[in-house]
Design a protein. Structure first.
Length: 119
């Protein structure tokens, strides 16, 4: 799979992750340092901010997927993560791609908009 195909796959995975009930946000995966380097590269025009947030890396045996999420506090994180994993697996199966691993991290639990507005 070439870089363009990986980018298209990452964009499709990001879209399905964002549309999963209970997911409020998707953040760039990676360490603080790698995110700072990426932001610096975007600032000087080496990279664009339009690149997918979800990380998709090729592996000889399959694809390695990483996503960092913000979830709704009214839902159970474990259920959301299972739903996201199933949605990602469906995208991969649709494209005939095998998953080597998937890492899903909940980085933020967000209060529902209605509850936040009431306070």
């Amino acid at each position: 799979m070439d870089a363009q195909e990986r980018g298209e796959l990452a964009a499709a995975i990001e879209a399905v992750v964002r549309s999963t009930p209970g997911v409020r946000s998707v953040y760039r995966s990676g360490s603080l340092i790698s995110n700072l380097l990426r932001a610096g590269a975007e600032a000087i025009g080496v990279r664009t901010n339009e690149e997918p947030i979800v990380s998709v890396a090729g592996n000889g045996d399959g694809m390695v997927i990483e996503a960092t999420l913000g979830v709704d506090s009214a839902a159970r994180s474990a259920e959301i993560l299972h739903a996201v994993q199933a949605a990602v697996d469906a995208v991969l199966a649709e494209r005939g791609v095998r998953r080597e691993s998937i890492t899903l991290t909940v980085a933020h639990v967000q209060v529902p908009v209605q509850a936040h507005a009431a306070t």
